[in-house]
Ligand binder design. Sequence first.
Ligand code: COI
Length: 355
Amino acid sequence: AQVASSLQHACEPASFSDDDCADIDWNHLGFSLTPTDYMYIMKCSNNENFLQGQLCRYGNIELSPSAGVLNYGQGLFEGTKAYRREDGGLFLFRPDQNAIRMQIGAERMCMPSPSVEHFINAVKETALANKRWIPPPGKGSLYIRPLLIGSGPILGLAPAPESTFLVYASPVGNYFKEGTAPLNLYVEDEIHRASRGGAGGIKSITNYAPVLKAIRRAKDRGFSDVLYLDAVKKKNIEEVSSCNIFVIKGNVIATPITTGTILEGVTRKSIMDIATDLGYQVEERTIPVDELVDADEVFCTGTAVGIAAVGSITHNGNRIEYKMHPDLASKKLYNRYVGIQSGKFEDKRGWVVQI
Ligand code: COI
């Protein structure tokens, strides 16, 4: 695969000025789509080598009605963010992890995938081409959405003969309409997100539409999102529709172990490392839903969601409430996580990538 050459510069601005950003109201960004200027597209015919990718104006794409992605859901997506520091510097957070996850997903979905280097360059190019849409420091971030889809026409059930890698972006603020207020989760035991042997461990587009009904039902009842149980025993917690979950008791921070049904979130992994640095004992294990009653604290992690404290979880008609206080472990983890991103804390693992 050839790497597109339009990535022209690594910018090191000395300071940030309001004129660097698009003229929109940056104070009320939610997680809704704001169309930006450019997207990146690269195609791979016969599932062999990707042709040179390029930036083009953001807009609709043309697909055959028989494209693999439209008929059989052959598609993956990723999510990563670009953000602006106080000094004007522009950064990404661990984009290599998204690239690797896309490669794993592509293998599972019988698609070719871009190399890690190519993926990162495409993400950088998209961020730089849309840099006026990277919010002012502290106002949010540019959510970057890489897609890999079976774009070629296919009638019988088989891998599409052409794949397309596409990256677009939108400025975003808080994922939940609650803003930074604690989440109220609803435990679903009828609808499952994924089962063993399925595609729950990769970021397949097919993992998401099947939970829309559960999300809608929960939101209609005033909940923020849904917490799913394992599909076999209906006894252990797995993940939330849009994010991973952590449970804290004393000095122990536990998160459900990934056995192919749970997405290995980049934020999840980062928080496990940060928690270890901060002296917590971190456990990846099976977590029975019954354990939620005794937990001191519960929080969610995800690229879109960030790190969000959970205020309540409702299961079988019982509402468990968690006390909010200034000493929450999730707050400490959040401070360290955003501190590494902003440059306040040392980035000792090389997670932060300047663009
Ligand atoms: C992300 O956190 O990037 C995701 O892909 C979750 C999605 C439901 C918005």
